[in-house]
Design a protein around this ligand. Structure first.
Ligand code: F6P
Length: 535
């Protein structure tokens, strides 16, 4: 099946996307889909309707419908960890029961959401105060999924902030916590320790440092610490009162956890009602994903475009380019979501994948990226499929002229990637500037753009909480669809374990209680350098 797709790609790769538009005046409509508030346009790719049909056929071949239904039904589809996968239950606000091992989990989910709301209200209106009075700042201490989701969404929803300021500390580099706490008042700061396992060394190291800062500064750790975790025993050992602990179950993966207690800091910033609108956006995308036919199913279409570019065409990376400054953390969020989920070469059945794993995901907001790496996207030797995101409207009517420029730039980039500039046009340009002969031809060659470079555009009316919820759930389901078609388990992350184990074993080597005898020459000499430069 992959070889058929690859043969199809090889036969048509030199075809020009512009010719596809010529041949089909309805192409923009045929290769776009809308659901809820958002529109996904994949017409500026080299797919024709036969390619699309061949890719969509993968959904049935791979048993996608059964797998999707199994996920929503709480079956243990995370087979290597023997867990259900139910982040969707966290946003199932008015849906039916969701069973895990025969028991409905919805009452617990809704109860926790209600407790988060009550705690958030009390912090926001000053009833739950610090040693010095009302809480002015919240510091979320977590890493990976316990950081990226709420940090990304807090920035994305900045126009809705009406609560305490939220800060995020993730890196074990002491610079991160030190720079974050500097300037904050330990009597007015709430620390939220967010860790699914409550054992992650970076988070626990930062949490201990922050707790000492709070205590030494006259704060009240009983009132000013909360925890988000699946490990109630460990949060109690850490000294956090049970009433300020918000639990969740192992069927919520770290990188899928922003919808529940891991979103507590976000809820503090925007309030429980706005947080609920975010959940409803995610729920709307779930309903679409469950009901829409494959050819109208946005997550499926986003996934098949991804598979076409990576597994069929062999493009190694995918650029995510939000023309939305408040989505500045989206590429980092998607790096974890996509690369931790599908960056695997062992299939669910233990066999080795015969096609590439998921791509490298990277990006920066436009227009900043245009002044940094777009040179390579337009004229580098590798084709980099680009995924643009843009809102029709910004949040500030007084700055509408900024927004118009932003949209113009976004649309111009996808057009430029597709259209390119021929040698003939470049030569005419140079001639018009007075160049002649060989110098004109040499100068012209530098100004040629190959064009025919694929991109997609996700466009939405405005970045509201509902829209953000739709976008994040869209990407989650895209990852799921790609994973099912590739035969992967998108919900484990064994690839992060080895480095953690070796970091633990290096502790005694660095503090000198163990030698470097068991280390390779490079590691031993790097440790020796550290020892030479430490007092
Ligand atoms: O190391 C990877 C990882 O397990 C991620 O999957 C997770 O989001 C992150 O670490 C943080 O884990 P925890 O929430 O348990 O601290």
């Amino acid at each position: 099946m992959w070889s058929d797709l690859q043969a199809r790609y090889l036969a048509t790769q030199s075809r020009n996307i512009l010719d596809l538009f010529e041949a089909d005046p309805q192409r923009a409509g045929d290769f776009s889909v809308e659901t809820g508030d958002i529109r996904f346009d994949y017409s500026k790719t080299n797919l024709d309707s036969e390619d699309r049909a061949a890719l969509i056929a993968l959904c049935d071949v791979s048993g996608l419908a059964a797998r999707r239904d199994a996920m929503f039904a709480g079956e243990k589809i995370n087979e290597t960890e023997c867990r259900a996968v139910l982040h969707t239950a966290l946003r199932n606000l008015d849906g039916g029961p969701v069973l895990v091992d025969g028991a409905d989990v919805m009452s617990e989910v809704l109860d926790t959401l209600q407790r988060m709301g009550a705690f958030t209200d009390a912090v926001r209106d000053g009833r739950h105060a610090g040693a010095g009075g009302a809480i002015t700042d919240v510091v979320n201490i977590g890493i990976g999924g316990s950081d990226l989701g709420p940090a990304m969404a807090t920035l994305a929803l900045a126009p809705y902030h009406d609560g305490p300021r939220c800060h995020y500390v993730s890196n074990v580099d002491g610079a991160h916590i030190s720079d974050t706490l500097r300037g904050l008042d330990p009597k007015h700061t709430l620390l939220i320790v967010a860790s699914k396992t409550f054992t992650t060394v970076e988070t626990m190291t930062n949490a201990r440092t922050a707790r000492a800062w709070l205590t030494e500064g006259g704060g009240d750790p009983q009132a000013q610490m909360a925890a988000v975790s699946t490990a109630a025993d460990l949060t109690a050992d850490f000294g956090i009162p049970a009433s300020q602990v918000f639990g969740f179950e192992d069927w919520v993966g770290g990188r899928y956890s922003v919808w529940g207690p891991v979103g507590l800091s976000l809820m503090m910033a925007i309030g429980k009602e706005v947080f609920a609108a975010f959940l409803r956006g995610g729920q709307a995308m779930d309903m679409h994903f469950r009901a829409a036919a494959w050819q109208e199913n946005m997550p499926v279409l986003l996934a098949i475009v991804g598979l076409w570019h990576r597994q069929v065409a062999g493009h190694g990376t995918r650029a995510v380019l939000p023309y939305d400054q408040r989505l500045a953390r989206l590429p980092a969020y998607l790096q974890q979501l996509e690369m931790e989920s599908n960056g695997k070469c062992v299939a669910m059945d233990g066999s080795t994948l015969t096609i590439p794993s998921g791509p490298v995901v990277w990006g920066e907001p436009g227009t900043n990226g245009q002044h940094a790496f777009y040179q390579l996207i337009h004229q580098g030797s590798d084709v980099i499929p680009c995924e643009f995101l843009v809102a029709a409207q910004g949040h500030d009517p007084a700055l509408a002229h900024h927004h118009q420029l932003l949209i113009a730039n976004c649309l111009a980039q996808s057009e430029a990637l597709m259209r390119g500039r021929s040698l003939e046009t470049a030569t005419e340009m140079m001639a018009a500037q007075g160049f002649t002969g060989e110098e004109r031809d040499r100068q012209a060659r530098h100004r040629v753009f190959a064009g025919n470079r694929p991109s997609t555009t996700l466009i939405y009316p405005r970045l509201t909480p509902f829209v953000l919820g739709q976008i994040i759930a869209l990407y989650e389901h895209r990852v799921f669809v790609e994973g099912v078609i590739l035969g992967l388990n998108s919900f484990d992350q064994w690839g992060v374990e080895l480095g953690k184990e070796l970091a633990t074993s290096l502790g005694p080597v660095l503090d000198g209680t163990e030698t470097t005898d068991n280390k390779d020459g490079s590691t031993a000499s790097l440790v020796a350098f550290v020892h030479r430069h430490c007092d």
